[in-house]
Design a protein around this ligand. Structure first.
Ligand code: SF4
Ligand code: SF4
Length: 590
């Protein structure tokens, strides 16, 4: 089955020479394989006449076309298609009673379409794009007996009540003007405001205005608003963004409790959290913005291992060129190169908050991971090193040239990504090695002609990482580089940071809450402890193992290594392994 998709936001007929049409072999032979829309002047591709040569894909200067051959048997699995050359979705995940079902895959593969169908907001057209929606009888008849069909019978019949936690919580203050308490009272259908806000640790925020909240606080308010709805099925789109690991573990417990009486679906890119949270996982793969294919549910461990391996055995499909592999922590070198940055007894007071540090050193080619609870001063220390904040006391060698990617990033550049990168880092990103090491793995090469101001959160993060790593510096400070990136992009970003430091003999300090990211990227760890918003202290850098042990002991969570993939896995609380490791003071089994 041939799939020809036009990425509408990329196609710019006024700026090109219609190369797609000019070079298409069937067109040159007089066939109407590509014609142009009368009004938009954009190409319309005939999948019947297209021979799948891919010439138009290579010739289009704006990467606006995707041509793909898919197995014929998928044809009957098409659930929805947006227009003749639009995105198409194959198969759906199945919400199950009393279970947390996870969705794992890259952004842009149709998870929003899937959620809209499962919530009843969109009736699928089963691939017939001429019609708005198919008849439910026909839809149900086309599906095999099982969980999904049972569930969709409910959607088609009595309907299901749905609660959705949106992906981008930063948009909430724009949509609702007022206090946290007012928002939550409005949506409280279960009369459970006190209980839910106490469980989430946000009962002290009720009188605060929404724009005053931090990202982590907004995330918990959004989760509370979802839990307060009286629904049959609950969707949580990236519930861990902006949360530290303490809060992530708290959310795991809350969602697992919720699933005891309800169906719960979670889209999550922190693989350690997905692993411990879900009963089953559907992988979704495909080509961004062109098509997405949901696999049947697998056990969580099998799904994550298959995803990291990049090969889906049951489907006989390779979804990534190379596996993502984890290095056992003990193999990492502990002392590396000459000192690049040193500090001692730093102090900084900001309002009611005070940060203190001991003595620390970052060496050449060393990547220091930074972990700790929210609001204990990680960003404050990064800003001091970046020269954006003055310290009150202590000392710090300030000779090193610093490149800094802040936690909150915005794109106000009035031009394309290409122009933005040229303006920020000149020619450095055009160099072949940097392209192979950083630009292409982060798929920024596919964003070059897009408007910088219209990038999605994940795209903006990827471009910001490229800009940060593309500057000439001695030390690279990256604050939450995994935020908004999907699981695949996170692993690629972690590897890109490591490769850059190793080959350029530079250093990096990386603040993040994703344990897989930290595990892949770090040689050593700077551990923050203290009381969020009041006092924080930085300990280290310590060796990765020592640091993880100290950090995880504070969280009360133990990790083991998966024996196949070597990835870290959170032990179930009070399981035999958890108890044994805690007794041996071995929280991070490397
Ligand atoms: S697909 Fe590419 S080459 Fe064809 S009209 Fe659009 S921008 Fe031009
Ligand atoms: S892939 Fe299809 S549409 Fe594109 S140039 Fe080849 S035949 Fe024409």
């Amino acid at each position: 089955m041939r799939v020809a998709v036009l990425l509408d936001d990329r196609c710019q007929p006024k700026k090109c020479d219609d190369q797609c049409h000019a070079f298409c072999p069937p067109v040159r032979n007089g066939q109407e394989c590509i014609i142009f829309h009368e009004k938009t002047k954009k190409p319309i591709i005939s999948e019947q006449l297209c021979i799948g040569c891919g010439i138009c894909v290579n010739k289009c200067p704006f990467d606006a076309l995707v041509i793909h051959n898919l197995p014929e048997e998928l044809k009957s699995d098409m659930i929805h298609r947006y227009g003749r050359n639009g995105f198409r979705l194959f198969r759906l995940p199945a919400p199950r009673e009393e279970q947390v079902v996870g969705i794992l895959g890259q952004n842009g593969m149709g998870k929003s379409t899937a959620i809209n169908i499962l919530s009843g907001a969109l009736t699928p057209n089963m691939g017939d794009w001429h019609i708005e929606a198919a008849e439910w009888d026909e839809i149900l008849k086309s599906l095999p007996k099982g969980e999904l069909r049972d569930y969709l019978e409910l959607v088609a019949g009595t309907g299901v009540r749905v609660a959705l936690k949106p992906q981008y919580v930063d948009h909430i203050p724009k949509a609702f003007k007022g206090k946290v308490g007012e928002l939550l009272t409005t949506v409280d259908e279960r009369d459970a405001l006190d209980e839910v806000t106490a469980d989430l640790g946000i009962d002290h925020l009720l009188e605060r205005n929404l724009p005053q909240l931090s990202g982590g606080e907004l995330q918990r308010v959004a989760i509370a608003a979802t839990l307060l709805k009286d629904a049959d099925v609950y969707f949580f789109d990236e519930p861990s963004s902006y949360l530290d690991i303490f809060e992530r573990m708290r959310i795991v417990k809350i969602l697992q409790n919720l699933s005891k009486g309800k169906r719960v679906i979670v889209i999550e890119h922190d693989l350690a959290i997905l692993d411990v949270l879900c009963d089953l996982v559907h992988i979704v793969y495909g080509t961004r913005a062109a098509f997405g294919i949901f696999t049947p549910a697998r056990s969580t461990r099998k799904a994550i291992n298959a995803y990291l391996d990049g090969f889906l055995v049951e489907e006989n499909i390779r979804i990534r060129d190379k596996p993502i592999s984890f290095v056992r922590g003990a193999v990492r070198k502990e002392a590396v190169g000459l000192p690049i940055l040193e500090w001692g007894d730093l102090e900084k007071t900001l309002g009611d908050f005070k940060l203190t540090t001991g003595k620390g050193t970052i060496h050449e080619t060393e990547v220091v991971g930074v972990v700790g609870p929210n609001a204990t001063g990680k960003t404050t220390l990064a800003k001091i090193f970046a020269g954006e904040l003055e310290m009150d006391a202590g000392w710090c060698t300030m000779e090193a040239k610093v490149s800094y990617k802040p936690q909150h990033i915005t794109a106000e550049f009035p031009g394309t990504v290409r122009e933005w990168m040229d303006a920020e880092i000149g020619n450095s990103w055009h160099v072949g090695e940097f392209q192979t090491r950083v630009v292409r793995p982060l798929e920024v090469d596919k964003l070059l002609e897009l408007d910088a101001s219209r990038l999605s959160g994940g795209e903006l993060q990827a471009v910001s990482i490229v800009i940060c790593l593309g500057r000439d510096a001695d030390i690279y400070l990256l604050d939450e580089p995994s935020a908004h990136l999907d699981a695949n992009a996170r692993m690629e970003a972690a590897k890109a940071i490591r490769r850059t430091m190793e080959s350029n003999e530079k250093s990096a300090m990386v603040i993040d809450h994703d344990i897989y990211f930290i595990d892949i990227v770090s040689d050593s760890l700077l551990v923050f402890e203290g009381e969020g918003g009041t006092a924080g202290s930085a300990i280290g850098p310590l060796s990765l193992r020592k640091g993880m042990n100290r950090f995880l002991k504070g969280v009360g969570v133990t990790f083991r290594r998966d024996h196949d993939s070597k990835r870290p896995r959170i032990n179930k609380e009070s399981s035999q392994k958890d108890r044994e490791q805690k007794a041996n003071d071995d929280y991070y089994y490397s």
